[in-house]
Ligand binder design. Structure first.
Ligand code: ASP
Ligand code: MG
Length: 426
């Protein structure tokens, strides 16, 4: 008998029918003899609808009240799910984030979990109940207020519960079958991975893959939680996300599979490029520029500085599209101070990243990427690397084609096209 934490995303509990299907799945797990704790998201697009409503009554909704409002979405789904389970003859009890002991800092809208004290959950489990917890929310001890963890936060709730309860596995259910070598909507030949290391998953998530929420993967990595990402709509196994030293549960004793060098190819259409042109080539200018950008709240990703021939140089960097306007405004305000000549904003870029732990020990991995792009006649505008990742910035119109070419070049193509549900992976 195991303790299994399951998380169901909004698309898995979008209406009464779906809630009943999820209830059945939970009951089946219970019938198999396991203890079950469930973290559930708000139904369908509830969170977005509540946000819209808030914006209709106030241009900038008060953060405390916004959290009161948004946390109600998960309260609806948790109670309905518990009712559906009752009607199948099983004992289930729902708990809000604060009842579940999900203690966070006081940052409304982006709270971080600082402690989990699942006393009531333990009691309920000991009494034989299935436990349902509202995802995405917590409680701050100092302000005694309800907080939310940020969009997609129910994944983190599930992983934090799994860590605190020492669960055997944290199953994250969504409308996609698992983690793929690339986004199947961009690359139809993407294959579902049997497993992936958590460090590779973090790099993929940080570079555009949306199937798992990055903070949940970080939390799992830190606390040694085994994640199994799988589909609500099929009983097929999905993808295991393995932390350091974790064994793939599907691998039989002794026969370790050979790890592929590259785990996946991520695409990101969400970045914009800013070029600060004609920057005086003297010490301290990069520091000035990036201090201004940081103060504007923009999150810088890639940076490139050209060599200068004339005593001036160009510095280009990328930021999320949504941050670009603020960064440009702040830079423009300091133009005379910094002494650059002009600013260029380009939001027609796309980022392609190749991720694989095997890059540490294999040479020639980047050459494959550059050859594939060159054969496809695709121009590279920026390059950055980490120990296990190579990223390039391209024209956004080239990104899908580039990703397909690169996916093929690394031998990642599957024989059959991946089934894509209308899914969002949430
Ligand atoms: N309902 C929240 C959201 O839509 C949390 C979640 O789904 O994980 O962001
Ligand atoms: Mg949601």
């Amino acid at each position: 008998m195991a303790l299994i934490v399951q998380k169901y995303g909004g698309s898995s509990v979008a209406d009464a029918e779906s809630i009943k299907r999820v209830a059945k799945r939970i009951v089946d797990t219970r019938r198999a003899g396991h203890d079950v704790v469930v973290a559930v998201s708000a139904m369908g697009d509830t969170t977005d609808e509540l946000l819209d409503l808030a914006n209709e009554v106030a241009p900038i909704p008060a953060p405390r009240e916004l959290d009161m409002l948004l946390s109600s979405g998960e309260r609806i789904s948790m109670a309905l799910l518990a009712m559906a389970i009752h009607s199948m003859g099983f004992e289930a009890r729902s708990f809000t984030g604060s009842q579940a002991g999900m203690i966070t800092d006081s940052q409304h809208g982006a709270a971080r979990i600082v402690d989990v004290t699942p006393v009531r959950l333990r009691e309920a489990l000991d009494e034989g109940a299935i436990v349902i917890v509202a995802g995405f929310q917590g409680f701050n001890r100092d302000t005694r207020d309800i907080t939310t963890l940020g969009r997609g936060g129910s994944d983190t709730t599930a992983v934090a519960l799994a860590a605190a309860l020492k669960a055997d596995v944290c199953e994250i259910y969504s409308d996609v079958d698992g983690i793929f070598t690339s986004d199947p909507r961009v690359i139809p030949k993407a294959q579902k991975l049997d497993h992936i290391s958590s460090e590779e998953m973090l790099e993929l998530a940080a570079n555009g893959a949306k199937v798992l929420y990055i903070r949940a993967v970080e939390y799992a990595r830190r606390h040694g939680v085994l994640i199994h990402a799988r589909s609500t709509f099929s009983s097929a196994e999905g993808t295991y996300v393995l932390g350091e030293g974790m064994k793939n549960p599907r691998e039989s004793e002794g026969e370790a599979m050979e790890e592929p060098i590259v785990a996946g190819v991520a695409t990101d259409f969400g970045q914009a490029k800013i070029t600060v042109a004609g920057v005086p080539d003297v010490p301290g200018k990069a520091a000035e520029i990036f201090k201004i950008v940081a103060k504007s709240g923009a999150n810088v990703d890639m940076i490139v500085q050209n060599v200068s021939a004339t005593g001036r140089t160009d510095i280009s960097f990328t930021v999320p599209k949504a941050d670009a306007a603020a960064a440009l405004k702040s830079l423009a305000a300091e133009q005379t101070e910094v002494g650059f000549q002009n600013l260029v904003h380009d939001d027609q870029i796309g980022k392609l990243s190749v991720v694989g732990a095997g890059m540490r020990t294999h040479s020639g991995v980047s050459a494959v990427l550059f050859e594939a792009l060159s054969a496809g006649g695709i121009n590279i505008e920026m390059i950055s690397t980490s120990e296990i990742r190579i990223s390039v910035v391209l024209r956004d119109a080239d990104l899908a084609e580039a990703a397909r070419t690169v996916h093929t070049a690394y031998g990642l193509d599957g024989d059959v096209e991946a089934t894509v549900h209308a899914g969002t992976g949430r």
